[in-house]
Design a protein around this ligand. Structure first.
Ligand code: GLN
Length: 311
């Protein structure tokens, strides 16, 4: 499946958008006053920069035998490493349930949350977000022979799985207003996707990149519905007022967008051969496809219409 090509076009479009904003000096929502408490927390971290994540979200974060940081690997881990480098600190990964990340960040237990996390108004009440670095949307993962072809079809008494606290949870619960009895919630995407595989569920609503990865590794199909699912921007969460770290993060992201590193990471991790026999959710990253991916990326059309408004 080559949906990542479309994704790359979106990333390129977003980068363009962000660059344009940078050129205009448009850092509208950044609070530039430095909070002394956060500075103290940073120093106390003793040279460590702790990222909270939920390492069950390939290709952004997953565990593997030989990861970038211990067993942890993925696009977000690679980005976090660059941020740590820029901050002169050593990256430490704190793996937790997705639902706990915002609290860990807002109480200062960790320095930042990097977890393919969509910017939402509700989350903005509790944390500050960096500039966006990725664009995704929701998809529906179904069996090959499923009659589900749109989000509307889910209302047809289908049993639908989501991960607790993901934007998909809000979408099926509030936007699609599915019958509560038909919604099944789990802590990891792979768990609900396995339930589709073994027939316990009719569908899973989940972020596109992860949905594609998980569908490929389990032999399921992905249904897109661009009318029903809006584009979502992924960003990095920091404790409210921690403008020092936020500036380092945004500077790192801007650099990585400009020099093509974000695109390279997208290509590298999205093109991982998950079709391989017995491939599991813990997908091994492969750097082999980088050249091919770059070629294909340069073919990708950048449509400004597809780029969401950057913060
Ligand atoms: N983008 C989704 C959200 O923010 C899912 C993120 C994730 O699973 N790591 O809710």
């Amino acid at each position: 499946m080559k949906n990542w090509k479309k994704a790359l076009a979106l990333v390129l479009a977003l980068s363009l958008c962000v660059c344009l904003l940078a050129a205009c000096g448009g850092t509208t929502s950044t609070n530039t006053t430095t909070n002394d408490a956060d500075k103290a927390a940073d120093t106390e971290a003793g040279g460590e920069l702790i990222m909270a994540t939920n390492a069950a979200f390939p290709p952004f974060e997953f565990t593997t035998s030989n990861g970038l940081v211990g067993e942890y690997d993925g696009i977000d881990v690679a980005i976090a490493q660059k941020i740590a480098e820029k901050a002169g600190k050593t990256l430490k990964v704190s793996d937790m349930e997705f639902d706990g990340i915002i609290a860990a960040v807002s109480t200062g237990k960790v320095d930042m949350g990097i977890a393919g996390m969509t910017i939402t108004e509700e989350r903005k009440n509790n944390v500050d977000f960096s500039d966006p670095y990725y664009v995704a949307e929701q998809v529906i993962v179904v069996p090959e022979d499923s009659d589900i072809a749109s989000a509307e079809d889910l209302k047809n008494d289908k049993k639908v799985g989501v991960v607790i606290g993901y934007t998909a949870d809000t979408i099926v619960t509030e936007d699609l207003a599915l019958d509560e009895a038909n919604i099944v919630r789990a802590n990891r995407g792979i768990d609900v996707v396995q339930d589709v595989k073994n027939g316990r569920l009719d569908a899973v609503v989940i972020d596109s990149y992860t949905g594609i990865k998980l569908a490929e590794s389990t032999g399921l199909k992905v249904v897109e519905d661009e009318e029903a699912f809006a584009a979502e921007e992924y960003a990095i969460a920091v404790k409210k007022g921690n403008s020092e770290l936020l500036e380092t993060i945004n500077a790192t992201l801007a650099e990585m967008k400009e020099n093509g590193e974000i695109e390279e990471l997208a290509a590298k991790y999205n093109d991982t051969a998950v079709e391989e026999e017995g491939a599991e959710a813990d997908v091994e990253a492969s750097a082999e496809s980088e050249t091919q991916a770059e070629d294909e990326a340069s073919e990708g059309e950048v449509s400004e219409g597809e780029a969401p408004a950057a913060e």
